[in-house]
Design a protein around this ligand. Sequence first.
Ligand SMILES: *Cc1c(COP(=O)(O)O)cnc(C)c1O
Length: 547
Amino acid sequence: MVKAQVSLEHMYRVFTKPEHHDSKLAQIEQHLSDNILDFLSQHVVTKKTSLEEIEQDFSDSRVPESPEFVSSHAESLLDKLVAHSVNTYSPTFIGHMTSALPYFHLPLAKLLVGLNQNLVKIETSKAFTPLERQVLGMMHNLVYDESDAFYEQHLHSARHALGAFCSGGTVANITALWVARNKILGPQPGFAGVARAGLNAAYQHYGINNLGVMCSRRGHYSLSKAVDVLGIGREQLITLPCPDQTLDPAMALEAGKRYQQAGNKLLAIVGVGGTTETGHVDPLDELADVAKELGCWFHVDGAWGGATLFSSTYRKRLKGVERADSVTIDAHKQMYVPMGAGMALFKNPEDANAVRHHAQYILREGSKDLGATTLEGSRNGMAMMVYASLHIFGRRGYELLIDQSIEKASTFADMIDRHPDFELVTSPTLSLLTYRVCPAAVQNKLAQASDEERRIINEKLDRLVVKVQKQQREAGKSFVSRTRLEAPRYPDYSMTVFRVVLANPLTTHNDLAAILAEQHLIATTQPLWQQLCELVDSDTETAAASG
Ligand SMILES: *Cc1c(COP(=O)(O)O)cnc(C)c1O
């Protein structure tokens, strides 16, 4: 490796002058602009290299002593990193919520990084601040549909915030519950409020033992992080069982009352608008009633599913979301924005003041600086990507994308249902579904099996699903994820299932058929498959002998 000079002159050059125009970096750039897919398919086919082998390339813990030329470093990145990264653009990569991006984000990303605006403060972002506020306004409008006068009054008001732009759904959920906490344990005569006085003083003042957050077992693990960082404690995250995959309002009401009667205060009910594991939507309208009756905050986690609101056909599946005090939406999921784009939206634009912070040198009172009400400090201009997407797709463009995803999921569910050796475990409410591979005869057997027999078979099936999922991933042609969950058909049993998220608009029905065929082929060649079939065969023989 050619070492660069250790001189200030060289450092200055790194800041300013690009190396010759056919340097490795320039080639990468050209290649990217020519065709991202081509670039990925050339460099990002999953190589059969184990993680342990890759770790060898990243094993030196010392900071490199001497500078390296940019182009030679770029070369090493291609070799060590890019070649072993994941082709999330592939239409057969259907396992996760973030996938392919529309092409226009590449040049925009260059602009974003090039300008390097800091949204914490107007002094370092100028026009980016009103842009971000407008984006929050548009998303607020999508959820809450308030009057023109409302938006005219609040969109650019220094004393209000329609939401908080942040790096993702996790921070958005934390932000929303932070606002809720500071409101629910707010200042009163003789008490400065939890934000100033802390939790201990707040619990004493309000005469409570604990503060709790309630959701179903399908609530995202970011909620558990939220109650942890907010000091409430993970034990106060009340997760209710949900055999039907959604939070039951009657059960929520009862659990809430019981919690309150035990001397606690309920901070919030969280309804999920598209759970991460199965894509189900909690009954938001009914949960809004429950929150009202219990006198707590109502938050909707629409990190993934919130974008369904773009669709006039399917937005009713999120009915009641407009009654939430706060709503989380990730633009980096179904809005096809690069990662690092989440939003917490507040129904009441005054609410964000519950977390307002000032600092003399930076966030002076009365300023419109966004940093005063966001958890994060320095933040890039990612809102520009959302702004551009909202314009380039328009509501109707997004609607087409959302509709086709949901319809494709429904077609895929039919394909699974019709296939004798697959079992649909949860059908799609939106564009996410779970299923497993299971020989047809074993499915019949399960229907009449005793609890004990069922457990034995299900355990074997779990192992089969894991094997198939791993082998498919390792083969590198396609990727489906997996999770464990309880499904209505086999209550009290947490089964392993394939999980599919249809995110990439370019995934075709043929792709889906090929994925099923590959899984079937892998499954039928497993010894476990044989064992499962023999279980059933021996039964038939016994039955024949005794009959
Ligand atoms: C993805 C997701 C989150 C977390 O969002 P990040 O952007 O990954 O931080 C929270 N809730 C739900 C329902 C999600 O799907």
